[in-house]
Design a protein around this ligand. Structure first.
Ligand SMILES: [Fe+2]
Length: 200
């Protein structure tokens, strides 16, 4: 959300510059300037949308590997449930692309690729059937969730700013589901796994 604030404040300072520059220009060029600003803002929104679309699709493929590596049945079930939810997030994003009249297209998200690679490293660096591995998997999964929470929070703010309330509401739905998953993972870690891992 902090990133969004920055984007918004930068955009508004740029609009101020545009407005002060156009005060001596004709009203036609002033309105053209505003449209350009809107289009840059719109493009930023689309770029971020493509980023999270790529990330979610990549995650659908990565989550089953994390599920398989988990020792705790509770953790494996939570990851399985989130795989189903993640597929819904992909469909919701496709719905948003359709509402915008844009072809659904991903743009490689380096951050998600790195976060998923970290999850893989946890699996490689820990022993099978251990709570330590589960604790590591939860850390990796929560890092992923936090990236998604930041992305959807920002996208939601941008959509609201653009007056796209229906799209903002779809993004908010996903945002809330990511927050629920994050909370669920915290609970699993704190009620059983961390304690077991500490005594292994
Ligand atoms: Fe998601």
């Amino acid at each position: 959300m902090a990133g969004t604030t920055k984007v918004n404040s930068r955009t508004s300072s740029r609009s101020r510059t545009t407005n002060s520059r156009s005060s001596s220009a004709s009203s036609r060029s002033s309105s053209r300037g505003r449209n350009e600003e809107q289009s840059k803002f719109h493009n930023l929104f689309l770029d971020e949308l493509k980023d999270i679309y790529w990330a979610e699709k990549h995650l659908v493929k990565a989550l089953p590997k994390m599920q398989k590596a988990a020792t705790s049945e509770e953790l494996a079930a939570a990851i399985e449930e989130h795989t189903v939810v993640t597929k819904e997030h992909v469909s919701r994003l496709e719905q948003i692309f359709e509402m915008l009249g844009v072809r659904a297209m991903g743009k490689k998200c380096e951050a998600m690729e790195g976060l998923i690679a970290e999850g893989q490293t946890v699996i490689e660096d820990t022993d099978e059937d251990t709570a330590v591995r589960d604790a590591g998997l939860i850390i990796a999964a929560q890092k992923i969730e936090h990236y998604e929470i930041a992305s959807y929070g920002s996208l939601c703010a941008l959509a609201t700013k653009m007056g796209q309330n229906e799209i903002a509401s779809l993004l908010e739905q996903t945002l809330n589901e990511e927050k629920e998953t994050d909370q669920q993972l915290t609970e699993i870690a704190e009620t059983s796994i961390n304690e077991e891992a500490a005594t292994e």
